[in-house]
Design a protein around this ligand. Structure first.
Ligand code: AMP
Ligand code: GLY
Length: 421
């Protein structure tokens, strides 16, 4: 069969590469993809993710069995609804089901209604009321833009003044556009964060290995928030009990709730969780795979990925299996300056082969189609599997030392939390 993946980053590279490994899959197209993906035999298409009707025409004309939707903004724009209306299958939630991600207020309402543990909160569109709530609750406190804000709409405020300023930026000064027209203000939760992903259709689901992202730009969790600078899976110190508790108190009730709300969930549910003294609580839901978590989770999948997704789309039971070998760890290489302004056009090192995988995000061929150049904030990611976090780190970081990364940077401490550092 032939498949289509929508999106352009490292996440979509990992999804498409894994799908192509299936013996049943002859070709995987990625729209718009990036040139680095072609080194793995993937076909990239010059169609933007917002061009739903062009994507639909392509899928029809090329006999695409089904499409896998990567990014949140495509889901929020109703791409799955459009594919379905055209008689095409797509793996991802409908616009209404994806509201779990595109409105933090909606996610909170669902959690409260169906008893899912999360931080106490208030939602405001009026600045004076938001300010009064912040002053009443005190700091630390967390201010979040209601809508999608590319991961930048969350301010963890250490003082009341900072929180009021964040609310002012969002509600009065419109710094986050429409997504900040409402804010969710919530209790600060203290504890270790991790991500739990599941493949879902309705109330059936398949849990993936736990993962931990590194969102800050620099070592020691310093610097601005990014899309994610590296990750590893599974998180060794999370117990089975804690994972089971997360499934029972979070995954099951939210999926049941979505069915009760007439918004049955199909696709990947991404639970951003924090382990508090009262057990795991939800920081956020996302309606898609994480980036860079996908790149370190999917290499651990030992079952036929394309078969799994076909079965889940057809609502038939499927066998999803994972390796239990050690740990998979990946380090993102980004352009100097990311997540703010950065330069493009740096010549990239050769793609690694063997047991270190290179996934490309912002990469583009030069005019002659020979050298691969940087073309985005996050540029590529190296991923490996080893018996321990320490061994995986050694493999990746010694490879990175041999690469010319002038004009690029990466964190030197991905996974160190798992070593107690
Ligand atoms: P989000 O975009 O919702 O994932 O938030 C970004 C980051 O802000 C999270 O990864 C957490 O580190 C932090 N954060 C969000 N909500 C809270 C909370 N209620 N308490 C503590 N930290 C939070
Ligand atoms: N790694 C964070 C995200 O995908 O939102």
């Amino acid at each position: 069969m032939k498949l289509l993946v929508v999106g352009s980053g490292g996440r979509e590279h990992a999804i498409a590469k894994k799908l192509l490994e299936s013996p049943q899959v002859e070709q995987v197209f990625v729209a718009p993809g990036n040139d680095g993906m072609t080194l793995d035999g993937l076909d990239v298409l010059p169609i933007a993710i917002s061009e739903h009707s062009k994507l639909i025409d392509f899928a029809k004309e090329n006999d695409i069995a089904w499409s896998f939707i990567g990014p949140d903004d495509a889901l929020a724009a109703g791409i799955v609804d459009d594919f379905n209306a055209a008689g095409l299958k797509a793996f991802g939630p409908s616009k209404l089901a994806a509201e779990l991600e595109w409105s933090k207020d909606f996610a909170k309402e669902i959690m409260v209604k169906y008893g899912v543990p999360t931080a106490a909160y208030g939602t405001f569109s009026d600045f004076d009321q938001a300010k009064a709530y912040i002053e009443e609750q005190g700091a630390p406190i967390v201010v979040k833009a209601d809508g999608l804000a590319l991961g930048k709409g969350v301010v963890v405020a250490e003082t009341v003044e900072q929180a009021v300023e964040a609310a002012r930026d969002m509600l009065l000064d419109n710094k986050f556009g429409d997504s900040g027209a409402r804010v969710v203000i919530e209790e600060f939760l203290d504890g270790e964060e991790f991500s739990l992903f599941a493949f879902v259709n309705g109330d059936s689901f398949y849990i993936m290995p736990t993962a931990q992202d590194h969102k800050r730009a620099y070592d020691g969790d310093k610097g601005p928030n990014t899309g994610g600078m590296g990750a590893y899976a599974p998180v060794p110190h999370l117990t089975d009990d804690l994972i089971n508790q997360s499934i029972e108190t979070i995954v099951k009730p939210v999926l049941k709730g979505m069915i009760a709300e007439n918004r049955p969930y199909l696709g990947i549910l991404y639970c951003g969780l924090i382990v508090t003294a009262d057990g795991p609580k939800v920081i956020e839901f996302n309606a898609r795979f994480g980036d860079p978590e996908t790149q370190i989770i999917l290499p651990r999948l030992t079952s036929d990925f394309a078969q799994n997704i076909s079965d889940i789309l057809d609502e038939v039971p499927t066998e999803v299996t994972w390796t239990d070998q050690g740990v998979t760890l990946g380090v993102v290489v980004a352009s100097n300056g990311y997540p703010l302004d950065y330069e493009k056009g740096v010549v990239l090192p050769e793609k690694t082969d063997g047991d270190i995988i290179t996934y490309y995000a912002g990469a583009k061929f030069d005019e002659k189609g020979q050298a691969l150049l940087s073309n985005g904030g996050r540029v590529y990611m190296l991923v490996t599997t080893a018996d321990t976090v320490k061994e995986a780190q050694e493999k990746i970081y010694s490879e990175l030392k041999t690469q010319n990364t002038d004009g690029l940077f990466y964190r030197n401490d991905i996974g160190s939390k798992a070593l107690g550092k």
